[in-house]
Design a protein around this ligand. Structure first.
Ligand SMILES: Cc1cc2nc3c(=O)[nH]c(=O)nc-3n(C[C@H](O)[C@H](O)[C@H](O)COP(=O)(O)OP(=O)(O)OC[C@H]3O[C@@H](n4cnc5c(N)ncnc54)[C@H](O)[C@@H]3O)c2cc1C
Length: 325
């Protein structure tokens, strides 16, 4: 009988894991607290008086250096889901028309419960059960935790102390993201790097396939973001708009939209193990923190864990494909 597997987190790692497991015939259900799939690979749309502005406020672009990932990226490119963005680098890719096009594409064939915040999980005699807000789900044969390290640690703590410790040892850096729309184009290049509090600023509307008003995304540096972590979003947006004006070197037109989003867990560490899999418990973990702070590493982590679980679950010799720990 096909194993039933729950994946907590429908970011790129959870989606890649689900795709690999579904391809092997497993029954997979994802649970994500957000309104849509993608996590930090996301696009926000904001109404303005001259039309809808769109902002990739998490990952700006992704690389495809690994041969397996590069083959998938070529397939997505042929399907019009992703395109190159040469301004950011020779190996830079973006989703089209927004970064969230890729997770949406991957999510199409998957069973995902959105708005499903997982508070806890427990292994009972009949399998794994998830504790959601106001309900439970289960039993499942296996559970995968596909969350940023800090959030993974709090769920893993009661089940596998070694996994939880690995996550605790991999703290993330925060990032404040400012999103600004203007009635006319700003002067200068489409990408600015390392200007005072700004680590990265880019004309979002210069990416391939984007429509709508002139839209800029500004990412504050980790140090600035940490120092202003608990500040109100309005004050942060105003400060980042001022920093953008300084970086561009001219007065900016009055913005049509000026908002900020706080990524508490933006840039992961790198535990260096790729993924974690405790075959005895039927418990796995994947995500960027296991392979490096990039979309590519998050996808590889999920894909590899999915392959390892499938090998263990469908093998007559249950030791095959065991722990990468
Ligand atoms: C500001 C910023 C800029 C970045 N720039 C780049 C870049 O230019 N290039 C690049 O390659 N990478 C970049 N990254 C990193 C990249 O976005 C991540 O490495 C990658 O998206 C991580 O994917 P993930 O699936 O591991 O985690 P996530 O995308 O964080 O997915 C985790 C999911 O779990 C869900 N979740 C969390 N807790 C729970 C819970 N208790 N119950 C249910 N669901 C839960 C969340 O809603 C989320 O959807 C950037 C990230 C940020 C934030």
């Amino acid at each position: 009988m096909s194993p039933k597997i729950a994946i907590i987190g429908a970011g790129i790692a959870g989606l890649a894991c689900a795709e690999a497991l579904s391809a092997s015939g497993a029954h997979v259900r994802l649970f994500d607290k957000g309104r849509g799939p993608g996590g930090r690979l996301s696009t926000r749309r904001v109404s303005t008086e001259i039309g809808e502005a769109s902002f990739d406020h998490g990952a700006q672009y992704f690389t495809a250096r690994d041969a397996l990932f590069a083959r998938h990226v070529e397939d997505w490119s042929r399907a019009g889901i992703v395109a190159r963005w040469p301004e950011a680098g020779a190996d830079a890719w973006v989703g089209v028309p927004g970064m969230n096009a890729l997770p949406r594409h991957l999510a199409q064939q998957l069973d995902i419960a959105q708005g499903a915040f997982v508070r806890g999980m427990a292994r009972k005699a009949d399998g794994w059960h998830l504790l959601l807000e106001g309900s439970t789900a289960g039993p499942f044969d296996h559970v995968v935790v596909a969350l940023p390290a800090e959030q993974a640690a709090s769920l893993l703590g009661l089940s596998d102390l070694a996994m939880a410790r690995a996550a605790v040892r991999c703290p993330s850096e925060p990032c404040w993201a400012g999103m600004f729309a203007f009635p006319e184009p700003l002067a200068g290049p489409p990408i600015l790097r390392d200007r005072g509090p700004i680590a990265w600023a880019a004309r979002n509307s210069a990416k391939p396939g984007r429509q709508g008003p002139e839209a800029w995304i500004v990412h504050a540096s980790p140090a600035w973001s940490r120092a202003h972590l608990e500040n109100p979003a309005d004050a942060v947006a105003a400060a980042l708009l001022e920093a953008l004006a300084q970086a561009v070197g001219t007065a900016l037109p009055p913005p049509l939209s000026c908002v900020a989003h706080r990524w508490r867990y933006a840039r992961s560490g790198d535990a260096g193990t790729g993924f974690l899999w405790n075959e005895q418990l039927g418990l796995g973990a994947c995500g960027d923190w296991l392979g490096g702070p990039r979309v590519e590493q998050a996808w590889l982590s999920g894909h590899q864990l999915g392959g390892a679980i499938a090998a263990a679950a469908f093998s007559t010799d249950s030791r095959v494909g065991a722990a990468a720990r």
